[in-house]
Design a protein around this ligand. Structure first.
Ligand SMILES: C[S@@+](CC[C@H](N)C(=O)[O-])C[C@H]1O[C@@H](n2cnc3c(N)ncnc32)[C@H](O)[C@@H]1O
Length: 264
């Protein structure tokens, strides 16, 4: 008989929320374009908040080498496993660390391509975010590029509540995962709260289901937060509204995508 045991849990695996095949297919052409002109075998990459390592593994298959840093032990363990499974463990390293101290973490290393994507920057307030970005600039080689991406919550400023399309997928162990992300503005529209509700099947053959939920608050990154960075002499900063290359429009764009180039 069908049985549903519901248990509330606080933890959700990040990798279970993402359809990686679809996501990389969409993002790969944008990465390829940014990397035009770089010689892969001479280029070092830094993945800032690498999650479970999918992007860095993709880049290593294109010939690049580099480091991924993330604060989650679980994500780093998964990233190391993915690199081994993809036979690229000689080219890339995944290390546990706080990106608020990313400069210390990478030591003397410098990079040709640095990226912090997947909306990680929204976790931090403006001061911490600026601090992280300045550290990334410090470890960027001349002629190198930084790619930053965050959700542009301001496109939803007139909504009181909105949601991302529900997602149904099979995990690696065959279990079924159904989840929905609901977004709500906080008081004065200074922050956004994300509620994730997920129904998780134990395994493909199991009739045990769990209901899992998570609540996260995000800060709102704005184009104007980059004013001080734009003033730095050796930097060229450009803004896009998505990975298709459309111009950034604060009222309409899905994303705030920022590209910082060091021009000497
Ligand atoms: C939304 S995920 C994005 C992961 C990946 N960049 C992507 O595009 O899918 C946010 C990641 O940031 C990591 N993270 C959060 N705070 C961090 C910190 N202070 N230092 C390093 N990583 C952090 C989390 O562990 C998680 O893997």
């Amino acid at each position: 008989m069908f049985k549903m045991e519901i248990e509330w849990k606080d933890e959700i695996l990040y990798q279970d929320l993402v359809k990686w095949g679809d996501r990389l297919k969409k993002e790969a052409p944008f990465f390829k374009k940014l990397l035009e002109g770089m010689v892969p075998s001479n280029s070092q990459v830094l993945d800032v908040s690498c999650g479970t390592g999918f992007h860095l593994v993709m880049l290593s298959k294109w010939g690049l080498s580099g480091i991924g840093v993330d604060i989650s032990e679980q994500n780093i363990d998964e990233a190391i496993k993915l690199a081994e499974k993809s036979s690229v463990q000689e080219k890339i390293k995944f290390v546990l660390g706080d990106i608020l101290e990313i400069e210390n973490k990478v030591g003397e290393s410098k990079f040709d391509f640095i990226y912090c994507i997947g909306n990680t920057l929204s976790i931090f307030n403006t001061q911490d975010r600026n601090n992280i970005i300045q550290q990334l600039i410090n470890v960027l080689n001349p002629n190198g590029k930084i790619l930053l991406q965050a959700v542009n919550y301001l496109a939803h400023v007139n909504d009181t509540e909105w949601y991302y399309n529900p997602n149904l997928q099979r995990s690696n162990n065959g279990s079924l995962i159904f989840h929905i992300r609901i977004m709500e503005w906080k008081i004065k529209k200074e922050k956004v709260t994300m509620y994730v509700q997920k129904i998780l099947q134990g395994s493909k053959d199991s009739d045990d289901f769990e209901l899992v939920r998570k609540r996260t608050e995000f800060f709102i990154p704005r184009k104007s937060d980059f004013d001080n960075i734009q003033e730095q002499e050796n930097l060229q900063v450009s803004f896009l509204g998505d990975y298709q290359g459309n111009k950034f429009d604060e009222e309409k764009s899905n994303d705030l995508v920022v590209i910082i180039e060091k021009i000497n």
